[in-house]
Design a protein around this ligand. Structure first.
Ligand code: HEC
Ligand code: HEC
Ligand code: HEC
Ligand code: HEC
Ligand code: HEC
Length: 469
């Protein structure tokens, strides 16, 4: 009986080939799965092979078996004397042989369904993984992936923000993904990848899975160390009391007032969202105010409802500015502050476009060394190690913020929090946008923060707060 089953699936070349294909891919799937289960990581490609490509071959093999069998029967019918052969197998359930045959077939099918379902599940899970999103397309996602790893969201997956929960966005993302695969295969994608993403899922459906939008944050003290471009790299401090606010009781205050559940702000802008033409604010009581730029185009542009991402546009891909990075490295002692003019020289050297990370590393090291040899020979010889360390730190900074192969330079993707790195809040706050009654969206320094100290040496406020330098 078993022999009969075997012969029916191997009687012709095509079915035999299909059987071979199915068995070979099955063995491979299982062994690769076991290897990965035992801890071997293998990277993005191994996952694609195990859970996407091999299962497809497996299904193809299974399909070839009946196809081969039908073709075989058709051939038999064409042979002299074969006219009576039916095209499809005849099932006569009164025969014990057929019943056992059917039993085996059902068993085998159930087994196959389990394998295919399991592989599909793992395949989908794999496509949502950070490795797949971040690495499968070679260097395309390298900038986003690197920045992501250095962000406070590094433990999330790309899908948490880019897909979120629910079947509809899942399907949409897979359709987009199919196009992206083609774009990568034929090198059709733009460099740098354009921002903002116009089809990003509304933040309310992603961010708000984890962040309660109106949680009352209150005032947040922010202390930033900066360093002057003088010989001593003088340390100065900026202290801000940011009025993040949020919802408390029935009222909502401060910066997070924009995302209060009763507030609705829509705006029309150019594609990049940097140039805002008009803002429409609907208060909880239904009153509407329109602030418009009289010089902006009256038609066109894109309307959008403001959400978290209009301020937090870089929650995960937050490339830093070169001067901020140097300030942090000086503060943390990664660059020695007693190297003369190191703040100024470091910025001059890294705020440039190098063709690759390797080239950047070489030139940065050479330039910094040369600078000290030419200007401070005694420092160059006595502090060679400190200079080498500083150069290494600067090269690392370059490698995590600038990606020449994707044309991502300093500030390709400006952050909208604040008003230093880009217009940020000032895209709306300021005198450009006005209502009919010439009312503007306030730019008073005090509505967003209290500036406790601005680039001051040893500011008094730190002593008062007992935050000693
Ligand atoms: C915390 C949420 C979050 C996570 C996690 C996240 N992203 Fe993003 N990503 C965003 C937001 C928000 C934008 C859009 C910025 C905008 O529209 O201004 C974006 C934009 C992008 C862009 C467009 C280019 C750009 O930089 O604006 C790419 C590509 C991208 N993300 C890839 C990834 C990959 C790959 C991962 C995982 C390694 C990932 N993202 C993880 C929130 C996230
Ligand atoms: C799956 C959960 C999750 C999602 C989704 C998520 N976050 Fe977060 N977020 C976190 C966690 C956890 C932290 C705290 C990390 C820490 O303290 O190290 C955090 C921290 C933050 C911070 C403060 C730290 C910082 O980098 O400034 C901001 C702002 C933030 N998230 C914004 C967002 C925005 C905007 C989105 C949507 C685009 C988002 N988050 C989506 C979990 C999430
Ligand atoms: C009008 C701009 C704006 C909008 C809109 C906005 N935020 Fe913020 N948010 C800020 C600023 C500014 C800060 C303070 C940044 C800092 O600490 O440097 C902040 C801080 C945060 C923090 C850190 C709070 C802490 O305890 O340190 C989280 C988390 C956060 N926002 C999440 C969100 C989420 C989620 C949304 C959408 C529901 C959102 N924000 C909408 C501007 C905004
Ligand atoms: C898309 C336009 C837009 C952007 C971008 C924007 N705001 Fe606003 N903001 C508004 C509007 C509109 C109001 C209400 C003005 C009014 O009622 O007169 C407002 C009001 C405020 C208020 C006063 C809230 C209150 O309690 O009444 C604060 C604080 C504020 N914004 C901070 C910020 C900060 C910080 C940023 C940048 C991180 C920012 N805004 C970016 C449109 C914007
Ligand atoms: C619409 C809100 C808003 C207004 C108005 C505003 N700021 Fe700010 N400012 C911010 C935010 C948000 C930050 C960023 C804090 C951070 O880095 O997280 C900031 C940062 C700063 C910083 C720190 C820069 C740094 O990195 O050291 C200074 C200084 C500053 N603002 C001064 C001012 C002055 C002066 C005014 C009045 C002309 C003003 N701001 C008006 C929102 C505002």
């Amino acid at each position: 009986m078993f022999k009969n089953f075997l012969s029916s699936i191997t009687r012709n070349g095509l079915s035999l080939f299909g059987t071979g294909l199915a068995i070979a891919s099955l063995v491979l799937i299982i062994s690769l799965f076991v290897i990965q289960y035992l801890g071997y990581e293998g990277g993005a490609y191994l996952g694609i092979i195990t859970f996407l490509i091999l299962p497809m071959i497996f299904v193809l093999g299974l399909l070839l078996i009946p196809v081969g069998s039908i073709l075989h029967r058709r051939k038999l019918r064409e042979m002299p004397g074969g006219e009576g052969t039916p095209l499809l197998p005849v099932f006569d359930l009164n025969q014990a042989k057929t019943r056992s045959w059917l039993l085996i077939l059902t068993g085998a099918t159930m087994f196959n369904v389990v394998i295919v379902a399991g592989a599909t599940y793992k395949g989908v899970e794999h496509m949502e993984s950070v490795e797949f999103c971040g690495l499968a397309c070679h260097s395309v996602m390298e900038p986003e992936y690197t920045a992501f790893q250095h962000s406070s969201h590094s433990r999330l997956t790309c899908a948490d923000c880019h897909i979120g929960p629910g079947a509809d966005w899942f399907v949409k993302s897979k359709l987009d993904g199919a196009w992206q695969l083609v774009a990568v295969a034929f090198d059709l994608y733009p460099r740098p990848i354009p921002t903002p993403l116009h089809d990003l899922r509304p933040a309310r459906e992603t961010c708000e899975q984890c962040h309660w939008p109106t949680r009352f944050v209150g005032d947040k003290l922010k202390i930033k160390k900066h360093y002057e471009e003088d010989e001593a790299n003088t340390e100065v401090t900026t202290a801000l009391l940011l009025k993040v606010g949020g919802e408390a009781g029935k009222t909502s205050t401060g910066i997070h007032w924009h995302v209060d559940r009763g507030v609705k702000i829509r705006y029309r802008s150019d594609e990049t969202r940097e140039d805002i033409y008009e803002v429409e604010y609907t208060a909880p009581d239904g009153a509407v105010k329109v602030f418009a730029d009289r010089r902006a185009p009256e038609e066109g542009g894109v309307w959008r409802e403001m959400d978290c991402v209009d301020c937090h546009n870089r929650p995960s891909h937050n490339y830093q500015a070169p001067d901020d990075e140097i300030d942090v490295a000086l503060r943390d002692g990664l660059i020695h502050r007693d190297l003369p003019f190191v703040r100024k020289e470091a910025l001059r050297i890294i705020d440039a476009e190098y063709p690759s990370h390797e080239a950047a590393r070489e030139t940065i090291t050479a330039e910094l060394t040369t600078y000290y040899q030419d200007n401070y020979p005694e420092v160059a010889s006595g502090r060679a190690q400190d200079i080498a360390d500083a150069a290494a730190t600067l090269s690392d900074i370059y490698s995590v913020n600038v990606f020449p192969n994707m044309k991502v330079w300093w500030n390709t993707y400006p952050e909208h929090i604040g008003h230093e790195r880009s217009e940020g809040c000032y895209r709306c706050h300021g005198r450009r946008l006005r209502t009919e009654d010439r009312e503007t969206i306030s730019k008073d320094c005090d509505i967003c923060h209290v500036v406790l100290a601005e680039r001051e040496e040893n500011p008094e406020i730190l002593t008062q707060l007992e935050i000693l330098p």
